[in-house]
Design a protein around this ligand. Structure first.
Ligand code: NAP
Length: 466
């Protein structure tokens, strides 16, 4: 035996699956603690690191993306290695990770979307916001999506920050978008866009909107789009008024919406229309969406304090050629890893994976981020979330079943990947790719011009080396 697990001669070996914010915060928390020695390998299915920061954060929100500097510092630590282009269930299995690492952290996020479960949802022209966001951000799995932007009217269902991102991207001018790192093909497609009316549809009222203050304010500052809100929609019911006492975000959102409602149309070429208290009940059309039928709702407070909505049996139709449902994300199951389908997460107890919801703990397996708690919170929310999981991991070190000495080496996993012919991407490879993207961006006055195919990413870096 090489030494006690967590000693300098036998560091605790940890695999982190997923190189997004939650994975990096987990690595950061493991590096920061002083109790034990660690050795961390971070895997990602894609060659590129940073997950949601690269493929989820809106291209016109570059400041948020600077958080990657923190992640870069983490991975530059000598105790950390990066293996991109290595997918769990593809290049490596869960059992192989289990035999090479004392502990595994799943940081796989929530890449699938929730469904409305209404007739017509399968029609052409009906998409999830997830697909649209991944497409305009150049995610290699989504480059082939075809959004018909020759239509004049589009509906976005849901009023969270993702809905606001999608609204802005559809409403912004090409000059505004051309300064961002939006995928080149998306910029070209949006250049030809004929979208004039963007309908944002909320099932509850304006006091229950999930977007945050900066996001609604930003809509009011667009150069080419007016926001249209019916002032009478902002007259609140008693339960909503009472809820404002403990909700500063809602109060400020309402102030901004009030100002926007008063301003109304100013003659800009595009209009963003807010529809509150409306639930889609059917997408209509022969083979492609032509309209969306909605039921009018009313609000009623429940015993828990939650303000719910119910249909009142009155219906309206909105003529739209594209519908984006922006109603939340779900994790995808990973082969061999427990999954709680009802919530779309990996079941867990404070980050310890459990075999079933509220079931037995699975030793040595942990979860962080959206795969742990569901798709809520901003990027920074993942930091305390990761700290909680890492605390559980440290508590468990003394009772874990260590992997064999032979497999507990830094070289063992490299040998396995090489034997398998896996073309893995190191962090140095990523830095080279990033430098090429930055250089291409400089030439066009943009933060970067992204590679959007895995084959091109690998070729660009391999050619550079060769
Ligand atoms: P979200 O904030 O949870 O919003 C989801 C929206 O969908 C809500 O308005 C919700 O309404 C609605 N909805 C859910 N089920 C529905 C249904 N069956 N029919 C109609 N409407 C339905 O989720 P998100 O926008 O996907 O964002 C996910 C997380 O990422 C959030 O925490 C968000 O703040 C964060 N994010 C932050 C930024 C940023 O900081 N700029 C950008 C993007 C995302 P109800 O309230 O009635 O359920």
């Amino acid at each position: 035996m090489a030494g006690k697990v967590g000693s300098s001669s036998r560091p605790l070996r940890v695999a982190i699956v997923g190189a997004g914010p939650s994975g990096f915060y987990a690595a950061g928390a493991l590096l920061q603690q002083k109790e034990i020695h660690v050795s961390i390998d971070i895997f990602d299915r894609l060659p590129t690191p940073y997950g949601l920061v690269r493929y989820g954060v809106a291209p016109d929100h570059q400041k948020i993306k600077s958080v990657t500097k923190v992640y870069e510092r983490t991975v530059r630590d000598s105790r950390v290695r990066y293996f991109g282009n290595v997918g769990l269930g593809e290049e490596i299995s869960r059992d192989e990770l289990k035999s090479h690492y004392d502990q595994i952290i799943y940081a796989t996020g929530a890449s699938a979307d929730k469904q409305l479960d209404i007739p017509g949802e399968e029609l052409a022209g009906s998409f999830s916001a997830t697909e649209f966001v991944a497409w305009y951000n150049g995610h290699p799995d989504f480059t082939d999506r075809d959004f018909d932007l020759s239509v004049e009217s589009v509906a976005i269902v849901g009023v969270g920050n993702v809905a606001m991102d999608v609204t802005r991207i559809l409403a912004k001018s090409i000059d505004e978008l051309a300064q961002t790192d939006i995928a080149d093909y998306a910029l070209e497609k949006l250049r030809a866009s004929r979208v004039k009316h963007i309908h944002v549809v909320a099932r509850r009222g304006p006091a229950q909107a999930k977007f945050t203050n900066p996001e609604i304010k930003e809509l009011g500052e667009l150069s080419e789009a007016d926001v249209i809100i019916n002032p009478s929609d902002l007259v609140l019911d008693p339960a909503s008024i009472a809820s404002l006492e403990s909700d500063r975000t809602a109060v400020r959102n309402l102030e901004t919406m009030q100002a926007l409602a008063e301003r109304g149309a100013t003659g800009k070429p595009r209009q963003i229309h807010f529809h509150f208290l409306r639930s889609p009940v059917e997408l209509c059309g022969d083979d492609a969406v032509k309209s969306m039928r909605m039921e009018v709702n009313e609000l009623h407070p429940t015993d828990t304090g939650y303000i719910a909505c119910d249909g009142v049996g009155r219906f309206e139709t909105l003529d739209v050629g594209l519908v984006f449902r922006s109603i939340g994300y779900r994790s995808l199951p990973i082969p061999g890893v427990p999954f709680y389908d009802k919530w779309g997460i990996i079941p867990n107890e404070k980050g310890r994976v459990t075999a079933t919801h509220k079931g037995e703990v699975v030793p040595g397996e942990y979860v962080v981020g959206w795969a742990k708690r569901g798709p809520t919170g901003v990027i920074g929310t993942n930091k305390p979330d990761a700290v909680e999981t890492v605390a559980a991991m440290l508590e468990d070190v003394n009772r874990l079943e260590p992997v064999s000495d032979e497999k507990a080496t830094a070289q063992a996993i490299v040998a396995l990947l090489q034997a398998r012919g896996a073309d893995y991407f190191t962090f140095e490879d990523w830095l080279k790719l990033e430098a090429i993207e930055d250089e291409r961006g400089k030439a066009e006055g943009r933060p970067r011009v992204k590679f959007t195919s895995e084959a091109d990413m690998l070729a660009a870096v391999r050619e550079e080396i060769g």
